[in-house]
Design a protein around this ligand. Sequence first.
Ligand SMILES: Nc1ncnc2c1ncn2[C@@H]1O[C@H](COP(=O)(O)OP(=O)(O)OP(=O)(O)O)[C@@H](O)[C@H]1O
Ligand SMILES: O=C(O)c1ccc[n+]([C@@H]2O[C@H](COP(=O)([O-])O)[C@@H](O)[C@H]2O)c1
Length: 211
Amino acid sequence: MHDGIACGGKRRLGVMGGTFDPVHHGHLVAASEVAARFHLDEVVFVPTGQPWQKGHRSVSPAEDRYLMTVIATASNPQFSVSRIDIDRGGKTYTIDTLRDLRAENADADLFFITGADALAQILSWRDAEELFSLAHFIGVTRPGHPLADPGLPRGGVSLVEVPALAISSTDCRERVARGDPVWYLVPDGVVRYINKRALYRSPEEPMRAEG
Ligand SMILES: Nc1ncnc2c1ncn2[C@@H]1O[C@H](COP(=O)(O)OP(=O)(O)OP(=O)(O)O)[C@@H](O)[C@H]1O
Ligand SMILES: O=C(O)c1ccc[n+]([C@@H]2O[C@H](COP(=O)([O-])O)[C@@H](O)[C@H]2O)c1
């Protein structure tokens, strides 16, 4: 294979974990680029239950984040969305995500996709030393965050440059709260969902007709 990772003819399943509050084009481009580069058969987006390292702020309801992720990925036949982290309940740990996905997909090799900021934190994740036996990790570039191997076991991570999109969920939420548009930062259906459910609005911000 071009990526040099032997997989013995098994199905290649990408895993894109995230809070997705909301899902944006930075997530989608990263998944699409890695899918092409690593010849993945599918990428499953896994919205978190409770993201324990984002404890300083309240996160939107899991069902809203799940539905926005479904809307954003629905048109791509290679993309799917899993409820495993939401349905497990409690704090989300990637070790549980990967164990459950392995159990459901015994015929597949897993490739966990993560942005440069998340990759830099990975050694602080629960059971970090075991993570790398369950999946190959793929760190992708993200504007404003240096991409580096944070000291993972040899061969455990690949670093990949993806088209630079300086988009974050934080900025999207702040834009909505200020009444600024998020068109073209998130998929059109997600703009409409945010508006329909009045997500991220500050109390002073009146409802807009079109996002
Ligand atoms: N613009 C981007 N380019 C590349 N990777 C990204 C980008 N935005 C997010 N990611 C990666 O996607 C995964 C899920 O990210 P997450 O849902 O936390 O979005 P976020 O934009 O970082 O959110 P927030 O601003 O709320 O912290 C993480 O691995 C993150 O590094
Ligand atoms: O396993 C952990 O301890 C852990 C700690 C922080 C983040 N993660 C995972 O990293 C992915 C991106 O998380 P986040 O918080 O940046 O949206 C998502 O799948 C999280 O479940 C995992």
